[in-house]
Design a protein around this ligand. Structure first.
Ligand SMILES: Nc1ncnc2c1ncn2[C@@H]1O[C@H](COP(=O)(O)OP(=O)(O)O)[C@@H](O)[C@H]1O
Ligand SMILES: Nc1ccn([C@@H]2O[C@H](COP(=O)(O)OP(=O)(O)O)[C@@H](O)[C@H]2O)c(=O)n1
Length: 418
């Protein structure tokens, strides 16, 4: 079967604007009636779909990221790059991400970029042109000559029940047991040597974990978007309760973080997932003699990963109660998770006062209200344990008293010296 014929079972999704519904289409051997949405997508220029090829998931993920930067850097004026994905409707793990390159330039400049990519190999390119009857036709110039003569028409497809960007989350963006995240870093240890250091740290902690008894003191996790006051509150709680303060990712991974932050989601998220298991071992150890306060933990890992993976609007998130929001069965569960919530205006005010460097993702939060809403909503949907939302708009002392009230209500903890 030709390459293009294999894609006939798949549906393509193109997002022209994250705020609006994506456009769905399929390839068929019969033409279809004219369709306004498709006309809006194709316009009058030429269109190419490009996706990276790879022998394994690590290589595919890295090739996709390289392709994105190559296309963005070489984008000629008058051309537009759109995120796209193809998938089998409602079939888990069937999503393949790629790009649409729309060429409305006078000189058909995108064609030169695409030809260059084809020559370099490891990409699959389909070309879309307008037929005499106004239909849109898809062809693959790399296919055998006989196949190139066959006609594949672009036909509109219905929106699937589950938003396609949710199909691959499990084990690509969120990991539900340590061994799944561990495997990802094992698979990339040749191309990212720092992975070995992470794996060694995880192993050392796991060995130690086997000799630790069940925790006795409460373990309280503080969650929230950047600048919601986590650092301020966790430091005050540490003093007020005579607690041990821990972080996820743990300090021992801090120097490796920039390396993994620059990698595609599969690798980056596996790194943060493993960070939680190292923090879990530290929690188990410390909670045998004092209360523990943790600045971020699993809720952060899952909520940011889900919100990044799911494109478009908040409504595209997996529904409440989905298995995506379940806690990993092998990860230590905290006694209480508090989510600091501040209004967008107050959060921006705090960010601007702080004036520190922000991670790329955090600066995206500032401009991307949609993304922030998705992170916040995903935080609230995570279960077992779910988080308790705390109004963190008032003064630091007011927030501290509010949280101490919640903790004491549940655990009858004494403030040192009282
Ligand atoms: N309750 C509060 N009211 C006003 N400003 C606050 C409050 N809590 C923290 N801040 C300020 O907001 C900024 C971000 O707080 P921080 O604790 O660093 O947040 P995070 O750790 O969540 O990123 C800091 O400048 C801090 O002094
Ligand atoms: N437990 C954690 C902590 C952070 N993270 C990631 O780290 C980023 C936020 O960490 P950060 O250090 O900028 O946040 P602050 O703790 O500085 O507010 C998020 O974008 C998450 O993707 C994670 O995945 N899991």
């Amino acid at each position: 079967m030709s390459r293009l014929a294999q894609w006939c079972s798949r549906v393509f999704m193109v997002e022209i604007n994250q705020k609006t519904e994506p456009i769905y289409f399929a390839l068929s051997s019969t033409p279809s009636a004219r369709n306004k949405e498709l006309e809006a997508l194709f316009g009058s220029g030429k269109l190419f779909s490009v996706h990276a090829l790879g022998d394994d998931r690590v290589q595919s993920a890295r090739s996709h990221a390289h392709l994105k930067s190559a296309l963005t850097e070489d984008l000629p004026p008058g051309c537009q790059l759109l995120d796209t994905a193809s998938f089998l409707p409602d079939v888990k793990n069937s999503l393949v991400r790629g790009f649409f390159l729309r060429d409305n330039s006078v000189l058909s400049s995108a064609e030169r970029v695409v030809t260059h990519l084809r020559q370099k190999g490891s990409v699959c390119v389909f070309t879309y042109t307008r037929g005499q009857n106004g239909d849109y036709l898809c062809s693959d110039e790399a296919d055998e000559p006989a196949e190139r003569e066959r006609r594949y028409y672009v036909t509109p497809a219905p929106a699937p029940l589950r938003h396609p960007s949710t199909l691959n989350i499990i084990n690509s963006d969120v990991f539900y047991q340590m061994k799944d995240a561990y495997k990802v870093l094992q698979e990339c240890s040749d191309v990212i040597p720092e992975s070995k250091a992470v794996l060694e740290l995880v192993e050392a902690q796991q060995l130690e974990l086997n000799s630790i008894h069940d925790e006795r003191f409460p373990v309280i996790v503080i969650e929230g978007l950047d600048a919601t006051g986590k650092t301020t509150l966790t430091c005050s709680l540490q003093k007020a309760l005579g607690a041990v303060l821990l972080k996820s990712p743990p300090q021992c991974l801090a120097h490796l973080r920039p390396r993994f932050d620059s990698e595609p989601p599969l690798i980056r998220r596996a790194f943060y997932a493993l960070g939680n298991y190292i923090t879990a071992a530290q929690i188990a150890r410390e909670s045998s003699h004092a209360p523990v306060i943790a600045d971020r933990y699993w809720h952060s890992t899952a909520a940011y990963a889900i919100a990044t993976a799911v494109s478009g609007r908040e409504e595209n998130l997996p529904a409440v109660g989905s298995e995506i929001y379940e806690w990993p069965h092998d990860l230590l569960r905290p006694s209480m998770v508090l989510l600091l919530s501040v209004s967008p205006e107050e959060r921006l005010r705090r960010l601007s006062h702080r004036g520190l460097d922000k991670t790329e993702e955090e600066s995206q939060l500032e401009i991307n209200h949609l993304f922030r809403r998705k992170v916040d909503e995903a935080y609230k949907r995570i279960q077992n344990p779910a988080c308790i939302v705390v109004d963190a708009n008032p003064s630091p002392d007011h927030v501290l008293q509010q949280v101490l009230g919640l903790i004491r209500n549940k655990y009858n903890l004494q403030t040192p010296g009282h």
